[in-house]
Each structure stands twice: as structure tokens, then as C-alpha cells.
Design a protein around this ligand. Structure first.
Ligand code: RB5
Length: 146
């Protein structure tokens, strides 16, 4: 089981709450970094919070939700050591763990339903980084943020 930091803006709040419940039910420790209501907020603050938690070792992995999954991924990716990917299907979620060693999964509440989001998160958690030919590429990604 992992320690997983979660966050959202207002547009991702309901899905973030649902995913946090699902993650707890799966036995993971959930670190909820907000938002704590559907009041309007700015997604960069919440992508940054999860990014810093993961990069700093307070959490193993992160899950972020905004309206599209795009802005909050951009914010998380500004934190060195974070490899955040916006995904809206199960295959992308699995591949971004296997090939990119994605450590922050980002989803768009306005783009996909809760069932697909849950399946994507589960596929990402169940997948493993394949290493091998992907090792050097991921090292190059991380070097870009140094
Ligand atoms: C908020 O309206 C929306 O712009 C935000 O949730 C996200 O989709 C940005 O990328």
C-alpha cells in the first residue's frame, strides 16, 4: 500500500473526494491537500501542493483533479522530480506508469465520468515501471527539471 497525496481545484472537487474514498477503501493512506470545498480556487496552488508532497517524500504518489486535468498537471510538473500526466483513459494511465514512471496522475472531472477515472487510477496503481530502455529517458526527463 502507498501513501497518496490528492488535490483538486473547485472543478475537480467532487471527483477528488470520490477518488480519495476509493483509495482509502483500497487500503492506501490518503493525504488530502485540498481543496476542501467547491468554492472557486486556483489550480496551480493545488498542483504545486501535491507536487511538493511527492517530490519531498511526504507521499509516494499523487492524484490531482481539475476541470480538464491539464492545468493542474502543468503546475505539478513545475516541481522538480515530478512526472505528472493528464490521462482520460485506462490505457494512457497504465502506459504512463510503465514507460514514464508517472508519479502524479491527473484527471479532468469535466471530461470523464467517475467510473473511468476510478478504472484509470486503479490501472496506474496496478502497473509497474518497466525500466530497461525507459530508464535513460526518464532520467532525461528528471534532468530537465534540475
Ligand atoms: C477551472 O475553470 C478550469 O480552468 C480548471 O479546472 C482546469 O480545467 C484548468 O486547466
Amino acid at each position: 500500500m502507498s501513501s497518496i497525496a490528492v488535490s483538486s481545484d473547485h472543478a475537480g472537487f467532487a471527483l477528488k473526494q470520490h477518488l480519495a474514498d476509493v483509495l482509502r477503501d483500497l487500503g492506501h493512506e490518503v493525504l488530502d491537500l485540498g481543496a476542501h470545498s467547491a468554492d472557486r480556487v486556483d489550480y496551480p496552488d493545488f498542483g504545486e501542493a501535491v507536487g511538493r508532497a511527492v517530490a519531498g517524500g511526504d507521499a509516494d504518489l499523487g492524484v490531482c483533479v481539475c476541470g480538464s486535468g491539464l492545468g493542474i498537471a502543468m503546475a505539478a510538473n513545475k516541481v522538480p522530480g515530478v512526472r505528472a500526466a493528464p490521462v482520460h483513459d485506462v490505457t494512457s494511465a497504465r502506459l504512463t506508469r510503465q514507460h514514464n514512471d508517472c508519479n502524479v496522475l491527473c484527471l479532468g472531472e469535466r471530461l470523464i465520468g467517475a467510473a473511468v477515472a476510478v478504472d484509470a487510477v486503479r490501472a496506474w496503481l496496478d502497473a509497474e515501471f518497466e525500466g530497461g530502455r525507459h530508464e535513460g529517458r526518464v532520467a532525461k526527463l528528471d534532468a530537465l527539471g534540475e
